[in-house]
Design a protein around this ligand. Structure first.
Ligand code: R5P
Length: 286
């Protein structure tokens, strides 16, 4: 197997290949004068290629399709498409008539040139049901738990009920307690947001979410946890978009924050490369 990375995932792709002890190939991406993308993959001999490309922002989606097409043209028999961060995953249902189910549209197009899809901490499991090829859903639980262990975290909190299982799995790796935040209305004007079951007073707490976008969710959660006496607060996500003034907001709200390298940035301090490498090895042994 060869690892072929698009420009959104060069560093991650290189680490995956290093972990697996296989060749790493970086697609060359340039632009035509009108702005359209031109992709060229250095040719190689192999039956299988794993393309690693985060589909965010928009240009990276087109780039992925061009890389997949180049690999088919080269005669590669098995294309495994690894999408560390699946862009458009948050619109996974209709909120108003006439909308697109964007995550489904992405899945349908991604699978055209894929024999296997590999996703990482997808925003919703439903996304997997839109593929008609074999799929794998990987999780950043272990590397996130390792990062938190170094910080002696003893409580893992999900900012909402939907992320409860993520918090539970991270906590189990750490040997910590876990919970999720729940909103309770005290009166017409007063709402309190606090862990459903746990008391965080004097605890070293980690807020774990799948995505940090504007940082609003983490900032709000942290404010409440501080009021309830948390000693220190860390925030970790798999996919760090860090939109607008998110970094400023987070710096003021938590003791330290980090994301994985599904979206490469200066805050990608946790790598999912080992998780992906291990899975790809299992998919194509030898
Ligand atoms: C929401 O469903 C996600 O799990 C995240 O909580 C959300 O995307 C975070 O967004 P923001 O950082 O803008 O609050």
């Amino acid at each position: 197997m060869k690892i072929v990375a698009g420009s959104a995932s060069v560093e991650l792709g290189r680490k995956i290949a290093g972990n697996m002890g296989v060749d790493f190939i970086s697609a060359e991406v340039t632009r035509f004068p009108d702005g359209e993308l031109h992709v060229q993959v250095p040719t190689f001999e192999d039956d299988t290629a794993a393309v690693v490309q985060t589909t965010y922002p928009n240009d990276k989606i087109i780039e992925l399709f061009l890389i997949q097409d180049a690999l088919r043209e080269m005669g590669i028999k098995k294309i495994i498409t690894v999408i560390p961060y699946f862009g458009y995953s948050r619109q996974d249902k209709l909120f108003a008539p006439g909308e697109a189910i964007s995550a489904r549209a992405m899945a349908k197009h991604i699978e055209i040139y894929s024999d296997h899809f590999v996703g990482m901490d997808l925003h919703a499991d439903t996304i997997l049901s839109w593929f008609s090829i074999p799929v794998s859903h990987l999780h950043a639980t272990e590397p996130i738990a390792e990062w938190l262990k170094e910080r002696n975290v003893n409580v893992v909190i999900s900012p909402d009920k939907g992320g409860y299982l993520r918090a539970k799995y991270v906590a189990e790796h750490l040997g910590a307690e876990f919970d999720y935040l729940e909103k309770t209305r005290l009166s017409g004007e007063e709402v309190i947001i606090k862990p459903k079951n746990l008391d965080v007073k004097g605890k070293i707490v980690a807020i774990v979410d799948d995505i940090i976008s504007t940082g609003g969710t983490i900032a709000r959660a942290s404010e409440q946890l501080r009021k309830q006496g948390a000693e220190s607060i860390y925030a970790v996500c798999t996919h760090g978009l860090f939109i607008k003034n998110a970094v400023e907001k987070l710096s003021g709200a938590v003791d330290e924050f980090a994301s994985t390298d599904t979206i490469q940035s200066e805050h990608s301090r946790i790598s999912v490369s080992r998780v992906i490498a291990k899975h790809l090895k299992a998919l194509a042994p030898g």
